[in-house]
Design a protein around this ligand. Structure first.
Ligand code: ADP
Ligand code: MG
Length: 462
């Protein structure tokens, strides 16, 4: 009887049998997506959606499937798996959202990362491999890795990572995205800073097609949303995120969020949204211990610049808060290296003294403004004159003047070696704009508050 069964019929019967062996979720996740392709010489070809699926099913369910097939067919059936070939471009093009929002998304990405031309917005520079693990970030890292490994129906999702600034949240988001993008070519991963998410939403309301926003996110498989504290008081965007969130959750698609505080400390966010944030795992990142700080500095700088270990240890000891500040000292040191023979402790001491408390406030301002506009520090301090980058840079200079005693010359030098007339021009421009442009005024108010809270918390790092 068995040999007369076609491969499709055989698989249908086998599926019915397997349905009895598994609970609903397992069946839906791991058996239903399998498509029979061929049966030759008792070898049944089964097509599976991706490599991970193949590994999981062949490891865990091959025996059960084979037993069911043998029982039905009376033969000794062997399984051959093949991974479905998906034309990723085709899938991307089929995203049902309006082209405009995708183009907006792309233009933002290109603006911030010259070398990225992909709607994922992922920076390949940040991976799990170059993320140093320590007690301070163990839970966040291992949960992030788990989600990257099993990006469907993962019980850890939604994952909410929170910490003070500069401790690796954004790095981890990119690492998750890069791994999934690499291992699951059929998945559409989107990394998006919350400020851009809000901007996209507002654009979609202004457009003739307000649904485009939801349509875009319906087609996304993995959502990585950075710095959700910026959702504060953005009620409409929150409502939309709430619906997107529910859809992702129901479909078992992962969401990973970051914020600068734990969910229950987030202000100006709807309770129902915050309660969703807590449905999965909430993981914090603490200030790293000395060994971890040294390891991070080593991995970032030691090989390329041949920095002696005592120097790295010295920096790690002196900086007791965030990693970005440690990097800042190293980068300043490296930038000044030409006028010295060596980077030794005496040299680093000079650098650290040079970066006095005022300068640290300026650093915080640059950090905050760059995070808000999602413009890299390199661009903030660099020569790029793109309209949005120039605006962000000028706003940061304007705020720096407001919150520090620094002479204009020093501010200029802290902004990538600009002269004082550039700073005067920036201050005048922003003063004028903030008087006439409500949006800019509002932005500056938000940034002022953000910076005030940071300065109050820790004026001095050393
Ligand atoms: P956050 O998003 O929390 O403000 P980032 O992810 O932007 O912080 O990290 C700031 C810098 O510190 C980045 O250059 C990042 O690569 C680095 N960094 C933070 N934590 C680690 C870590 N554990 N290992 C390696 N680099 C790290
Ligand atoms: Mg960040």
């Amino acid at each position: 009887m068995s040999n007369l069964l076609g491969f499709e019929e055989l698989w249908d019967k086998c599926s019915l049998e397997l349905q009895k062996c598994f609970d609903d979720d397992t069946f839906k996740t791991w058996i239903k997506p399998i498509v029979p392709k061929d049966l030759k010489d008792n070898r049944l070809s089964l097509e599976v959606p991706n490599n991970f699926f193949y590994e999981w099913v062949s490891d865990h369910y091959s025996d059960v499937i084979t037993n069911a097939l043998n029982k039905i067919s009376g033969n000794n059936i062997k399984l051959v798996y093949c991974v479905r070939k998906i034309d990723i471009e085709q899938k991307r093009n089929s995203i049902s959202a309006n082209r405009r929002i995708i183009n907006n998304h792309l233009s933002f990405i290109k603006k911030n990362f010259a070398d990225i031309d992909d709607i994922s917005g992922l920076n390949p520079k940040y991976t799990f491999d170059n993320f140093i693990e320590g007690a301070c970030n163990q839970l966040a890292k291992s949960t992030a890795e788990s989600i990257a490994k099993i990006p469907i129906n993962n019980p850890f999702s939604p994952l909410m990572i929170h910490s003070d600034v500069g401790l690796g949240k954004t790095h981890l988001l990119h690492a998750i995205g890069n791994k999934i993008k690499n291992d699951f070519k059929d998945k559409i991963v989107v990394f998006i800073p919350t400020t851009v998410f809000i901007e996209q939403f507002i654009n979609s309301i202004r457009s003739n097609d307000p649904q485009e926003f939801s349509r875009f996110y319906r087609d996304v498989d993995v959502l990585l949303l950075d710095d959700v504290q910026f959702l504060k008081d953005k009620i409409k965007t929150q409502e939309n995120l709430y619906f997107i969130f529910n859809q992702f959750y129901q479909m078992g698609k992962p969401i990973v969020l970051t914020s600068d505080k734990p969910p229950n400390k987030l202000e100006g966010l709807q309770t129902r949204l915050v309660s969703r944030f807590k449905w999965g795992v909430t993981a914090d990142i603490n200030t790293p211990d000395l060994e971890t700080k040294i390891a991070i500095l080593e991995s970032k700088f030691a090989n390329e610049y041949n920095i002696p270990k005592p120097v790295l240890e010295y920096i790690a000891q002196r900086v007791n808060s965030n990693i970005r500040e440690m990097e800042g000292i190293m980068i300043t040191a490296i930038a000044n290296i030409s006028s010295y023979h060596d980077i030794d402790i005496a040299f680093i001491k000079k650098i650290i003294n040079k970066i006095a408390s005022n300068d640290l406030v300026v650093d915080k301002i640059i950090d905050t403004v760059s995070a808000y506009f999602m413009i890299s520090i390199e661009d903030m301090l660099g020569k790029n004159r793109h309209k949005d980058i120039s605006l962000a840079r000028q706003i940061a200079m304007y705020i720096a003047k407001k919150y520090t005693e620094c002479p204009l010359k020093t501010i200029g030098s802290l902004f990538g070696g600009r002269d004082h007339s550039t700073v005067i021009h920036a201050i005048n421009t922003i003063e004028l704009l903030s008087r006439n442009d409500k949006k800019i005024k509002n932005t500056i108010n938000i940034l002022n508050k953000e910076i005030e809270s940071k300065i109050n918390r820790k004026v001095k790092v050393f």
